[in-house]
Design a protein around this ligand. Structure first.
Ligand code: AMP
Ligand code: TRP
Length: 328
């Protein structure tokens, strides 16, 4: 049976891009597959942060994910640093990871442009990501489009390890939604991102803030690049509609667009209503969960205990294959 693994950084509230590109798929996949979801706190050490804020950020991520519908009875949700085997395997994998591949990572290039000096962790980030996935021998990884390149590295690392030390890891594949790259509403040339101030609609934003952001969304910027192609802003509204609205609503607006009868005001209003319809119960659940932090911690800790025993089995096998067996 397929095993699903995915992760998200505890770097602030989750936005509708995270929901559309990844978490909506997590919720769907848990109906049919064994799923592990991870709050990757070690990954988030690669960018500057306040240590005293970290516990709250991890809790916020857990609340967001559970509120979106991850069911702890079906899926495991845990914190990366609670299972130290992630970093142990990461070192091992860094000794088979080709630097040539890592040098090509666009996320590394983008992030390293924004800082005065570049730490090694930022560079090694995709290797830790590979360790997250391979530690459980997961084969399906639901992520947004920006992670596809990192998954290519994971597959390359798995291949190299298997080649050098014998068949050990499956080669995991990304699983994308139809909205794998949501753009910033006010600037559809840029990906919606937590790290760009004001670029994202957060799941926890007020109704009013959501209405305003969608109302102000950029639709047409000059003539289309090619005649007959949808402008990026309008395409973005359609991507969001596909995630948040019933298929009939999406199809109706698509029909309007094809007949040249689409009114931006109407699609924006409909998107707002549909998004609020999906987000209000999520926000309500989040409020309920936030009142029970002890219960959330128990979910995270129980999952980590279960996963730690699975991780130890893989590490035993890895040590054996590497010849790290003296005096045993
Ligand atoms: P991050 O917030 O970078 O930890 O991303 C968590 C998940 O959300 C990853 O699977 C990303 O690929 C996905 N994601 C982040 N931003 C977007 C976006 N603008 N559109 C679609 N998916 C996204
Ligand atoms: N790099 C991912 C992101 O920024 C988060 C992540 C870490 C992840 N480990 C993972 C995603 C393993 C999928 C599988 O979004």
């Amino acid at each position: 049976m397929s095993l699903v693994f995915s992760g998200i950084q505890p770097t602030g509230a989750i936005h509708v891009g995270n929901y559309a590109g990844a978490i909506s798929n997590w919720v769907r996949l848990q109906q049919e597959m064994d799923c592990i979801f991870c709050i990757v706190d070690y990954h988030s050490l690669t960018v500057a942060y306040e240590a005293k804020e970290m516990p709250r950020r991890v809790m916020d991520a857990a609340l967001d994910i559970l509120a979106c519908g991850i069911d702890p009875e079906r899926s495991r949700l845990f914190v990366q640093s609670h299972v130290p085997e992630h970093t142990e395997l990461s070192w091992v994998l860094s000794c088979v990871a080709p630097m040539g591949e890592l040098n090509r990572m666009t996320q590394f290039k983008e992030k390293s442009e924004r800082v005065d000096w570049v730490n090694l962790g930022l560079y090694a980030y995709p290797v830790l990501q590979a360790a997250d996935i391979l530690l459980y021998k997961a084969d399906v990884v639901p992520v947004g489009e920006d992670q596809v390149q990192h998954l290519e590295v994971t597959r390359e690392i798995a291949r190299r390890f298997n080649h050098q030390f014998g068949d050990t890891f499956p080669e995991p594949k990304p699983r994308l939604t139809k909205a794998a790259r949501i753009m910033t509403l006010s600037d559809p040339s840029r990906k919606m991102s937590k790290s760009i101030e004001g670029s994202a609609i957060m799941l926890t934003d007020s109704e009013d803030a959501i209405r305003k952001q969608i109302k102000r969304a950029v639709t047409d910027v000059g003539p289309p690049a090619e005649p007959g192609t949808m402008s990026p802003g309008v395409a973005n509204l359609f991507s969001l509609l596909e995630v948040f609205a019933p298929i009939e609503v999406y199809a109706r607006f698509k029909g309007d667009y094809e007949r040249g009868e689409l009114r931006y005001k109407d699609i924006k209003e409909s998107l707002t209503e549909e998004m609020l319809r999906v987000l209000s119960p999520i926000r309500e659940r989040r409020r309920e969960l936030a009142a029970k932090p002890g219960e959330v911690c128990r979910i995270l800790k129980d999952s980590a205990a279960d996963l730690r025993s699975r991780a130890r089995v893989t590490m035993g096998e890895v040590r054996e294959k590497l010849g790290l067996t003296a005096c045993q």
